[in-house]
Ligand binder design. Structure first.
Ligand SMILES: [Zn+2]
Ligand SMILES: [Zn+2]
Length: 276
């Protein structure tokens, strides 16, 4: 099982791996650049090399870069779309240097243009970016909660993005237990949901899973993460999802409201559930 948390990259990639090792994680997530802006750190080849050596030493699974929230491939504004495509292309180029396997991307918000048009624009932008992607990097579209005009809250949306991109080999999916719940997917029915996902999209596309509890109930269309066991998801349900044998190669990432110590505690708890 691969389990980790969202950590800071302020001390470089090596600093992020060290923080992950300290919390007994074997994967992690970081922001590819300032989440509310667009500035990226200068890449340091030495830092990257040392980070990979440490990851190897601790048998890490695939690690995850989360794209900034400012990207919106579905925007009605050409300038915003252009910024998103250009900056995501830069993330893809940097991923090759970092040897980063996964870039998680929010599909975007249509802002009143309608879902169909929004999804079309997402596909258009992604195709442009995917034309430049390396064969070792995957863009993972994150399943969302459906707040406002947010796209990607249903497996149907995710499927239509994949389909529009001709099922590009470098495209995958990241699910989020808090988002699924807010979008109306009742995780008590995990086996049915997994089956539906497999039939519509294919489980092999599921590469990362944001493992969060949620402050808001089923179908709320609201997105606020909670610590494990402190929200609306029962421990038994969380346990069932993360122990699923079909998800053994998936990188599970905690995005719960925690500091690194809190994450270490949740990781220990999860390992206890799985007798590791
Ligand atoms: Zn996200
Ligand atoms: Zn998430």
């Amino acid at each position: 099982m691969f389990i980790g948390a969202h950590v800071s990259i302020s001390q470089g990639l090596l600093g992020a791996v060290k923080a992950a090792v300290e919390m007994k994680a074997n994967t992690f997530q970081f922001f590819t650049r300032n989440p509310r802006g667009g500035q990226a750190r200068k890449l340091d080849v030495n830092d990257i090399q040392k980070a990979h050596e440490l990851m190897e030493q601790y048998s890490f699974g695939p690690f995850v870069g989360h794209a900034p929230y400012t990207y919106n491939l579905a925007s009605a504004k050409p300038g915003v779309r252009e910024f998103s495509i250009r900056t995501l292309k830069d993330d893809v180029a940097r991923a090759k240097t970092i040897r980063l396997p996964y870039i998680v991307l929010h599909p975007g918000t249509h802002g009143g243009q309608g879902e169909e048009r929004g999804l079309q624009l997402v596909v258009q932008g992604l195709k442009d970016v995917l034309a430049e992607i390396d064969s070792k990097t995957y863009i993972l579209i994150e399943g969302m909660v459906g707040e406002g005009t947010e796209l990607g809250y249903s497996f149907g949306h995710l499927k239509s993005i994949l389909e529009g991109c001709d099922y590009h080999s470098q495209l995958g999916i990241c699910l989020d237990s808090a988002h699924l719940t807010g979008a109306g997917y009742d995780l008590e029915r995990w086996d049915d949901i997994k089956e539906e996902f497999d039939q519509m999209i294919g489980l092999n596309r599921l590469r990362a899973f944001h493992f969060n509890d949620t402050m808001y109930p089923l179908g709320s269309k609201r997105d606020r993460h909670a610590k494990l066991g402190e929200g609306h998801l029962a421990i038994d349900i969380l346990k069932k999802v993360i122990s699923d044998k079909d998800l053994q190669k998936v990188s599970f990432i905690l995005e719960t409201p925690n500091d690194n110590e809190g994450y270490a505690h949740e990781i220990a708890l999860i390992k206890e559930w799985n007798n590791i």
